[in-house]
Design a protein around this ligand. Structure first.
Ligand code: ADP
Ligand code: ZN
Length: 766
């Protein structure tokens, strides 16, 4: 028997070596809350066949044997080592097995394990993230009562003194193998429930209850559409991908194609191959791209498409999950969490707009769906396609290192030219002018001529609200949110001032809250104010699109439909309008201020600015009329802005990557961010110091240098009444952060009123 060797000198036999205990089985269990585990529990013989990895199990916990439900992650026997080197004979037994079939497959458990290790997050939390709530609590199912004839009754009907009706009831029940509910039986026989109940009381009919699916969510098929004949670039890309689909092998492709170059057609034809092989494909898109248009594009080519969007009820979500697990869905389209779709035979994963920030989850587990997809694809031996016009520098560098295979679509379909982009220097345009208008003279003229030629216009301003700053001209006091260290934004609609972080709202201030000065100034530009300006200048239908106007589910789609139909002439809004939309009649795109994201304290500021300007520029020139882009900027000489106006992604990477390399920022270094928060500032600070020390101690044992930057006050110092400290932990070797942080974590004791979190590969630096 294999056993853990405790010590070389420990020659005395262990207790279990004396007993006949070679034949034990234990369930390894994790919990989604404290204490997370893993813990081992012995499996009583009568439960042996029910305990499997992926089922939930009820166990007694701690001294008081409190009942807890956990997830079984493994079934182990004599050849394993028990957690905490205990005697198998002393394990507490499993009390109850909750599920008859595993909620999560082995492949998904492996994925959960990887996420747990890579993101230094408890496995129980990861598993609970993967399995939708509706699946866990059987949403959309109902306990139903079924009836059948008791054994041997029908063979001796005459022994029971029955009325003719009672006989008919029993014969009807017995004549069919299907499950009957009492109501169905009554309807079929044409009787009331009375005689059926009588037979139940006499024990001639027996009952059993079962959970059944309540409602179906079948989807009407769409009009079919045939494939396009691929152009040579698309064909080359498809061939490379197909090779790996046919040979069941993993490869990650970075499909770099400018907007409108036909990437989606490549995805679709690759998925067709996958479906031919009887396999399923997962397509991840940013939540905002889950429009009817996207749905329709896929439903026009495949019979069984599931679209997992955020407005599904938990019953609908659970229903889709089961359909997918049963292998009934060919293509799953969804936002980041669709990466957990329980496909029985995965054939391909596609991640469109792979640079998009929404693929990173901002609560535990703080996973990046792109990296999760990469692990899943490699673990299940399938190809992964990452598509973008402006790939993340992480993916781009991996392609340069030949970890990913680069596929390029350099031309737009039908050789439509990319739009011409010009910059407007706001310093010149506004120099000396008294009244600030967000629309320069040049932009105004261009909008007018686009409208005159019956074209449509998109205007991007990446800030919502009316004015972004409320300041007293007398004492300089700026109105801040009382709970967050963030200035309040003035919203003219409803005359209020709102914190864009926590939604704290006060009436529009009439007096300075510090000195009482009555001439409070509203400055800085938000989308609401832009809307007012545009309305004053142009007499055409205008719509503003930002999180304030698009709160209702479906409003985003409705607005876009109106814009497509030409009912709206000018669409203005935040980055919401910059994504993946295809409007042939848009002949002008205006970027109101390209600098909004450029000067944030974040090493990705340039990358975000480049991406945003390029993406929104791609919204024009899609039709026969061509298109033009005007970019207003206070820093038109900035290298990033120049590269964006030239559609020069590669040029941008060539200037940005060396800077990142020099400072060992990602993609050259590995980064984790830790944030500590508490309503009591000193506690937050002390905990931050303690954590930094634990990390430094854990790191000192390693050869690879690990740098702890901080702790310091976080850029957003206070949020929702919590004082925040943060630190960055950086290193140059893969896996080192996980090693250090996992070990440091065991040394860090929880403190009341203080919360802290680890963010691996952080995206948010505030
Ligand atoms: P991307 O996803 O790269 O932005 P799309 O796949 O949306 O580009 O393609 C842009 C447009 O060109 C779409 O309307 C699409 O239907 C069309 N298209 C794609 N491939 C072809 C092709 N080979 N021949 C003709 N039209 C195509
Ligand atoms: Zn706030």
């Amino acid at each position: 028997m294999a056993k853990a060797q405790n010590s070389l000198f420990d020659t005395a036999p262990q207790p279990w070596e004396l007993d006949d205990q070679d034949d034990w089985l234990a369930a390894r269990i994790v919990f989604a809350e404290r204490p997370y585990g893993p813990y081992d529990y012995s499996i009583p013989a009568e439960l042996e066949s029910n305990v499997k990895p992926g089922v939930r199990i009820e166990v007694p916990l701690g001294r008081g044997n409190r009942k807890m439900t956990g997830y079984c992650i493994d079934v182990i026997g004599p050849f394993h080592e028990l957690a905490g080197s205990v005697n198998p004979g002393k394990l507490k037994p499993v009390e109850r097995v909750v599920d008859t079939t595993p909620l999560i497959s082995t492949a998904l458990l492996e994925l959960a394990n990887w996420i747990s290790q890579y993101y230094v997050c408890e496995l129980g939390i990861v598993i609970e993230t993967i399995i939708p709530t509706g699946v866990r609590n059987d949403a959309g199912t109902r306990e139903m009562l079924f009836i059948r004839v008791a054994d041997d009754v029908v063979d001796n009907l005459d022994a029971h003194r029955l009325t003719p009706l009672q006989k008919t009831i029993l014969q009807t029940l017995d004549g069919s193998r299907q499950d009957w509910t009492p109501r169905e039986l009554g309807e079929t026989v044409g009787c009331t429930q009375g005689p059926i109940s009588t037979l139940r009381r006499r024990g001639l009919i027996v009952t059993n209850t079962r959970r059944v699916q309540q409602k179906r969510h079948d989807i009407a098929p769409e009009k079919r559409q045939t494939n396009f004949t691929l152009n040579p670039e698309q064909q080359t890309a498809l061939d490379a991908i197909s090779h790996h689909i046919e040979t069941d092998s993993h490869k990650t492709f970075l499909l770099h194609g400018i907007t409108g170059s036909g990437k989606t057609e490549v995805y679709i034809q690759a998925i067709q191959k996958v479906v031919e092989f009887g396999r399923q494909a997962i397509v991840l898109v940013p939540e905002i791209s889950l429009t009817p248009q996207t749905r329709q594009r896929f439903r026009a080519r495949f019979d069984h498409v599931a679209v997992l969007h955020s407005h599904l009820t938990s019953a609908q979500r659970a229903w889709h999950w089961k359909q997918i697990a049963a292998g009934k869905v060919q293509v799953i389209i969804g936002a980041r969490s669709a990466i957990f779709a329980p496909t029985p035979r995965l054939g391909l994963i596609v991640l469109d707009e792979e640079h998009d920030g929404s693929f990173k989850q901002d609560k535990a587990p703080r996973y990046q769906a792109r990296d999760v997809a990469n692990f899943r694809a490699s673990n299940e031996c399938v190809p992964l396609i990452l598509g973008s016009a402006t790939p993340s520098l992480e993916s781009w560098q991996r392609a340069r290192d030949s970890k990913y295979q680069l596929l390029s679509l350099k031309n737009r379909v039908a050789d439509r030219p990319l739009p011409d982009v010009a910059t407007i220097d706001l310093r010149v345009d506004f120099g000396g002018r008294k009244r600030f208008s967000p629309i320069s003279k040049k932009l105004r003229q261009e909008i007018q001529s686009a409208l005159n030629a019956d074209g449509q216009v998109i205007l991007l301003l990446n800030r919502r609200g009316f004015s972004t700053r409320i300041q007293c001209p007398g004492c300089g006091h700026v109105e801040y949110c009382p709970d967050c260290s963030i200035p309040l934004t003035h919203h003219a609609e409803g005359k209020k001032a709102v914190c864009h972080y926590c939604d704290h709202t006060i009436p529009e201030p009439k007096l300075c809250s510090d000195c009482g000065n009555p001439s409070v100034k509203f400055s800085g530009l938000g989308t609401q104010r832009l809307e007012k300006e545009v309305e004053a200048l142009f007499d055409v239908p205008i719509v503003r699109m930002d999180t304030d106007t698009m709160r209702k589910p479906g409003s985003h789609e409705k607005t876009l439909a109106k814009f497509r139909a030409g009912e709206i002439k000018i669409l203005l809004g935040t980055q919401m309008i910059a994504k993946g939309l295809d409007f042939p009649n848009v002949t002008l795109v205006g970027v109101i201020n390209a600098d909004t994201a450029l000067h944030l304290p974040d090493f990705r500021a340039a990358e975000r600015t480049f991406g945003l300007v390029t993406q929104v520029a791609g919204r024009t020139g899609r039709g026969e009329k061509g298109g033009r882009v005007l970019v207003q900027s206070f820093s038109p000489d900035n290298k990033t802005i120049i590269a964006a106006t030239r559609h020069d992604y590669i040029g941008f990477t060539e200037q940005e990557l060396p800077e990142r390399e020099e400072l060992a920022w990602p993609p050259f270094g590995y980064l984790a961010r830790l944030v500590i928060r508490s309503p009591i500032q000193s506690k937050s600070e002390q905990m931050a110091e303690h954590i930094a020390e634990s990390i430094e101690n854990a790191a000192s044992e390693l050869e690879t240098p690990v740098e702890v930057l901080g702790p310091s006050v976080a850029p957003a110092e206070k949020l929702r009444g919590q004082y925040r400290y943060h630190m960055m932990v950086g290193t140059t070797k893969e896996g080192v952060l996980q090693n250090v942080l996992a070990r440091a974590k065991t040394k860090i004791k929880p403190v009341d009123d203080v919360q802290w979190m680890i963010d691996i590969d952080p995206q948010d630096m505030l």
